[in-house]
Design a protein around this ligand. Structure first.
Ligand code: ADP
Ligand code: MG
Length: 227
């Protein structure tokens, strides 16, 4: 299993009390598997991704990424682990306005080091693989919302992660473009043998995913299993 989340508990301070965002959440995702987490706004989906990404430390429970127990890692070690093993696609495509599509990927590569020529070729290949052949030198404002989301996905994959975490990728897209993005996620999950968790508040486009789980008030339950 590339991602193993066990009995996670996460609370946020809330005045004199605490708000329980994750309440005994467990989830396992294998390489090449796409799991959708559905649930209403405020149910804890983004919190789950933040903990899985090691951006937030849970109050209790374990997070294993590609076999590494992240509980004992320092902040610097977690940052290194994210760089090497975790791809993250946030709700808002947070692309840098001044960079072209290929440069968005190279900026991420730069932090990892290695040969620039090879990286440039790998970045161009990835962009072509997500359907952006011929558009690699466009800047964000020259791309549609769906295309920006594709750059985001390519960038998240560019470090060859074991785990891909995707937050509401279809939120800003119309039905057809949303369906295409989920289809793309299913495709890259298989091609790159990455363990993908996609969070979404809508229950459309779920025919492409291997498993659907539902989040309600910080608790996770199986909705359907078709692996
Ligand atoms: P979802 O992504 O399903 O909308 P979130 O994980 O964002 O849910 O939020 C779960 C709960 O935690 C909500 O009640 C939200 O208001 C609360 N919450 C999220 N982030 C914070 C934070 N940084 N500080 C305090 N409360 C938070
Ligand atoms: Mg959210």
């Amino acid at each position: 299993m590339s991602l193993v989340l066990t009995d996670l508990r996460l609370t946020y301070p809330d005045g004199d009390r605490v708000l329980t965002a994750l309440d005994g959440v467990s989830l396992e995702v294998a390489a090449g598997q796409l799991v959708a987490v559905v649930g209403p706004s405020g149910s804890g989906k983004s919190s789950l991704l933040a903990v899985a990404a090691t951006l937030l430390r849970p109050d209790a429970g374990r997070v294993l990424v590609d076999g590494v127990d992240t509980g004992g890692l320092s902040a610097a070690q977690r940052a290194r682990l994210r760089l090497e093993k975790v791809g993250i696609v946030f709700q808002q495509p947070n692309l840098l306005a001044s960079l072209t599509a290929v440069e968005q990927l190279l900026a991420a590569h730069h932090m990892r080091g290695g040969s620039v020529r090879r990286q440039r070729r790998a970045a161009a290949e990835l962009l072509a693989a997500v359907g952006l052949d011929g558009k690699q030198h466009r800047r964000p404002h020259q791309l549609s919302g769906g295309e920006r989301q594709r750059v985001n996905i390519a960038r998240a994959l560019s470090g060859r992660p074991a785990v891909l975490l995707v937050d509401e990728p279809t939120a800003a897209l119309d039905h057809d473009r949303g369906a295409q993005i989920v289809e793309l996620l299913a495709e890259v999950t298989r091609q790159h043998q990455v363990a993908t968790v996609m969070v979404t508040h809508d229950t459309e486009h779920l025919d492409q995913v291997d498993e659907v789980v539902e989040m309600r008030d910080g608790r996770l339950s199986a909705l359907s299993g078709r692996r």
